[in-house]
Design a binder for this molecule. Sequence first.
Ligand code: KG4
Ligand code: ZN
Length: 355
Amino acid sequence: MLVLGIESSCDETAAAVVRGNQVLSDVVHSQIAVHAEYGGVVPELAARDHLVHLRPVVEAALAQANVTLHDIDAFAVTCQPGLSGALLMGMNFGSSLAFALDRPLVGVDHLAGHLLAGFLAFPTEAPPPPLSFPFIGLLASGGHTGVYEVLGPEPEQMHQHGGTRDDAAGEAYDKVAKLLGLGYPGGPVIDRLAQQGDPDRIFLAAPMADKAQLDLSFSGLKTNVMRWVSENGRPQNDQTLRDLCAAFQRRVVESLLKKTRAAAELRGISRVVLAGGVAANSELRRRAAEFFPAPDYELVLPSRRAATDNAAMIAYAGSFSLAAGRDDRGNLTMSPRTRLVTVTRKGAGPRPEGP
Ligand code: KG4
Ligand code: ZN
């Protein structure tokens, strides 16, 4: 089944054609230039930019896959979570195509897409391991951060065991970068600077260090950086800046990996999958092998392309319910919130994430 995926939940307009987990095309238009001067994503501008770019991006995805719209068997669009106006743009565009061509369409949870992205086969990359369940997924992106027990490909089978109590990991990168005058998005630039820094020269306290607690927190760490800057002045482009980035990055990376390992131990699951934009981080990738050594663990690292926002993961995540015969045309609903369930730690079982 040839599936065209459309992603527009935040600041990337993306389209992709997949067959199973085989990525035939993957086109991403980034809005970074639109939002850079504001130091973060402006929802209204994001929606307007999606409107302009959806058509050329979908056309490029079809051309790259060497297919026409009539070859597409089904459509998958991100319907949650995300910026409402941005989501509606992609959903409306995808729905129009599905109705016009009389093909099924499903709405996809963006977080489910991220959690499955490590199993996508991109033509120029090493083949991924075969998809199998269960696994522990660390999802760390700009909008969400949590540790999930993934029992199957549908959102209802993805249970969050710990999540951030405040900022997402990528959001912390972006806010600290803004504070340091490094521009948006902050992850890649802090990652690069940290590689030349000494993480031991500046002390920043570890966030939520209690091992028994699976929740994460990054706003305290961000405040610590802010306090350091107000006491010592904003470092210029020098070794102190690199050291500060290295100290911040080490705290984020260790916090993410410790909570993920704690969840794997708690649930007795040895397969661990990293996901989300922060999974592109060089230190996270390097240290994940140290936290999850073979043969005790099987670690699945998505390529950088698969980790950051893309539409191939949306098409792939949608392909499971499409194969089961689902068609959301006519009752497609948008939500700024996810459908993935949060597990309460008091033994009450899974509960849907509340509004
Ligand atoms: O998953 P993603 O592409 O979009 C969302 O769903 O949010 O993640 C974007 C986030 C941004 O906050 C960005 O700063 C962060 O991922 N990011 C990184 C790196 N590359 C992107 N964070 C740390 N290190 C990186 N190399
Ligand atoms: Zn994302």
